[in-house]
Design a protein around this ligand. Structure first.
Ligand code: CP
Ligand code: NVA
Length: 318
């Protein structure tokens, strides 16, 4: 941590930050992205080390954190369950105590949120959620930044670009859906949620105080009506592979297609956290079509996470 920056923060769920902190992080992400695009060197995290712990597979999360940390002058240690003592039942609190004595910040992708929470409880340094069964806050951070970039508010305030919007979630009531609900409650927009029965979101599990920030639709096409953004995710998340066949049958009608995009607002965007399965949760016409911003969305993971690490390690820059 920076001397004098004594208030250590973790980023374990979307609601860990207040709205004004999001306004700050979005602004920093915009500045940091511009510098990157202009090939301007920006190394505020020189000599800082990020440990990345992966108990599940990843492409985007790994590359975005690793490249981002190097670009900011720091370095990275990459650990997986298979090549560390984590896979051999070393207690999570012991791992947290040891790892956090040697690095400055930790990112973890794991199964239950409680593992991440326990690690954070015993960590001396900030811990970031790189995806759990329950939440994926870094992804929603990138998604909202992408929305702001593509549909900015006249005021220039990123929070104004988000407030009042309708985001339609089609598919599984999973970690992404839960995180969208937290974001909606905090930043003042509405999520239209359509899931097959048995895969609904649950306000309590999502960690939101009241269900007023989302509306449930049994028909996904109804849910897309009037949307500013339509988004979906894989039918089977990591860790649930044994349910694959049952899910394929249950989710058949929850494929985002041109008919669904056709009832959304004319300028609606399509997002997907990726990896995508064309012909399952989304058609090729939609994900590869003109309303899709999935490649910007993926790239923005790196820019927002650079801003996030800068904020967690250095606090607000004057
Ligand atoms: N969207 C996302 O988190 O991708 P990875 O699983 O590739 O990291
Ligand atoms: N819901 C998906 C997101 C992958 C980035 C999963 O947890 O596998």
């Amino acid at each position: 941590m920076k001397p004098g920056h004594s208030l250590m923060k973790h980023y374990l769920q979307f609601k860990d930050f207040r709205a004004e902190e999001y306004a700050y992080v979005f602004d920093r992400a915009r500045i940091i992205k511009k510098r990157f695009k202009n090939y301007e060197r920006y190394t505020p995290l020189t000599d800082r080390t990020l440990a990345m712990i992966f108990e599940k597979a990843s492409t985007r999360t790994r590359v975005s954190f690793e490249a981002g940390m190097y670009q900011m002058g720091g370095s990275v240690v990459h650990l997986t369950t298979g090549d560390s003592q984590l896979g051999r039942a070393e207690p999570i609190e012991d791992s947290a105590r040891v790892i956090s004595r040697m690095v400055d910040i930790v990112m973890i992708r794991t199964f239950g949120q409680e593992k991440l929470e326990k690690f954070a409880q015993y960590s001396r340094v900030p811990v970031i959620n790189g995806l759990t069964n329950e939440f994926h806050p870094c992804q929603i951070l990138a998604d909202l930044f992408t929305l702001v970039e593509h549909r900015p508010a006249a005021s220039g305030d990123p929070l104004d670009a988000i407030k009042g919007k309708v985001v339609t979630w089609v598919g599984d009531g999973n970690n992404m859906a839960n995180t969208w609900l937290q974001a909606a409650e905090l930043l003042g927009f509405t999520v239209h949620v359509s899931t097959p029965s048995g895969y609904e979101v649950n306000a309590e599990l999502a960690g939101i105080a009241d269900a007023g920030c989302y509306k449930v639709f049994s028909d996904p096409r109804e849910a897309c009506k009037g949307a500013d953004l339509v988004t979906t995710d894989v039918w089977t998340s990591m860790g649930y592979e044994a349910e694959n066949e049952v899910r394929r049958a249950a989710f058949k009608q929850w494929c985002v297609d041109e008919a669904m995009m056709g009832v959304a607002k004319a300028d609606a965007l399509f997002m997907h956290c990726l990896p995508a399965h064309r012909g399952e949760e989304v058609t090729a016409e939609v994900i590869d079509g003109p309303q899709s911003v999935v490649w910007d969305e993926a790239e923005n993971r790196m820019h927002v996470q650079k801003a996030l690490m800068e904020y967690l390690l250095l606090g607000k820059l004057a």
